[in-house]
Design a protein around this ligand. Structure first.
Ligand code: UDP
Ligand code: MG
Length: 140
């Protein structure tokens, strides 16, 4: 299986509650390596651009407000099958449906404030990584 990279965000609900380290430990314990990382505070417009695929959904405005409400930690995770593995470690979007032991089961507050983002396919991973990081910042 090929080494793969995926994009991850530790969301404002989690940084606010000082859960960055606990969440990174979940990734590392699953065999994912943090090859790039930065803590930033998005504007609502920047959050809106990132989530523009959801622009027509009823929760879009609230989602953009939330993503700009406190710092996030943007990361690139690398590993075997990293995209699927990250989604597995994250758990289902709605924490009520998330499997025991997943990040969302343990930490998420609601379907909106659900602690983490993870790319869903190779194409989105590539676009999302490029939105947050230059090649020089992918340090391995
Ligand atoms: N979201 C929400 N309400 C919903 C569905 C999604 O607020 O009913 C938010 C939630 O923060 C989610 C994000 O929109 O993580 C993106 O939704 P998506 O369906 O892509 O879920 P994900 O890929 O994050 O599991
Ligand atoms: Mg998604």
């Amino acid at each position: 299986m090929a080494l793969e990279r995926t994009f991850s965000i530790i969301k404002p609900d989690a940084t606010r509650r000082n859960l960055t380290g606990a969440i990174v430990k979940k990734f590392e314990d699953a065999g994912l390596r943090v090859v790039a990382s930065k803590r930033i505070h998005l504007s609502k417009a920047q959050a809106g651009e990132f989530y523009k695929v959801h622009a027509e959904r009823p929760f879009y405005d609230e989602l953009c407000e939330f993503m700009a409400s406190a710092p996030i930690v943007a990361q690139v995770l690398e590993g075997e099958n990293a995209i699927a593995k990250n989604r597995e470690v994250m758990g289902a979007t709605n924490p009520a449906d998330a499997a025991a032991g997943t990040i969302r089961a343990e930490f998420a507050e609601s379907v909106g404030e659900n602690s983490v983002h993870g790319s869903d396919a190779p194409e989105t991973a590539e676009v999302e990584i490029a939105y947050f990081f230059s090649g020089l910042e992918l340090v391995g």
